[in-house]
Design a protein around this ligand. Structure first.
Ligand code: SAH
Length: 227
């Protein structure tokens, strides 16, 4: 899988995509991530990428030309399954969408900044818009990092224990059961007996009942969804 991220602040993406599971997946060659600075395609000697909005609003808007040139170049080199704009008014990211996108070959993620991007980019170049929630951030970089992380950990081989991603919350519309590790007794705070019983059947039953109970209590809407 290949992900191309388009940004005016590449520095914001460095650390989240260079550690932990994402780093290992890149090293194993499971995913290639390329970060492109839109400014390299900026206009004139100042490499201008933003301008004042028509209509005289406050804030700056990312211009269509540099973004168009960068996307055209990438599209001339390979086919892309989706060209995604990270946007607070996009479709809200959930596990189902991450599962689906983890099966794609080539993705472009466009990060906005300032007031956003010239709307013609969204009308003519973008195929999908994704939000990470109903709140506004300063740029699309952290949302793009969230999207990448959630997709990449699902690519087979990214997590050493492959079943681990499948037992996470939201797979099967269920929250994960609680987990514990040593010591089994910390200052009198004990791990549930059943987990120490060594009886796999009892343990699975307990985990399933915990998943159900936690889902009903914490995310009642999930149990009503069917996908
Ligand atoms: N003026 C815009 C917000 C711009 S925020 C509006 O009111 O809708 C600047 C950039 O941050 C956006 O272009 C987008 O790429 C990104 N962004 C902000 N909040 C986001 C969210 N919840 N999900 C995804 N991207 C977001």
């Amino acid at each position: 899988m290949r992900i191309d991220i388009l940004t005016v602040v590449p520095e914001l993406l460095e650390s989240p995509l260079n550690y932990s599971i994402v780093k290992r997946a890149r090293e194993k060659g499971l995913v290639e991530i390329y970060i492109h600075n839109i400014r390299d395609y900026g206009k004139g000697s100042y490499k201008q990428v933003d301008d004042y909005p028509f209509g005289g609003d406050a804030g700056m808007v990312i211009m269509i030309e540099p973004v168009y040139n960068l996307i055209s170049k990438l599209k001339s080199e390979r086919d892309y399954d989706e060209i995604i704009y990270m946007s607070p008014d996009g479709e809200i990211l959930d596990q189902k969408m991450s599962n689906m996108l983890s099966c794609r070959q080539n993705l472009i993620l466009l990060c906005g900044h300032y007031k956003g991007v010239d709307h013609r980019i969204r009308e003519h170049l973008i195929t999908k818009e994704i939000s990470v929630g109903d709140y506004v951030l300063s740029g699309g970089e952290l949302p793009a990092a969230i999207l990448c992380d959630s997709i990449i950990r699902l690519v087979p081989g990214a997590i050493s224990d492959e079943t681990s991603a499948l037992s996470d919350s939201f797979q099967d519309n269920l929250l994960a059961p609680p987990v514990y590790t040593r010591p089994s007794d910390f200052k009198g705070w004990k791990v549930p007996d059943v987990l120490l019983s060594g009886n796999p059947k009892l343990i699975t039953e307990w985990q399933e009942s915990q998943s159900l109970e936690r889902t009903k209590r914490l995310r009642p809407n999930l149990s009503k969804e069917d996908n």
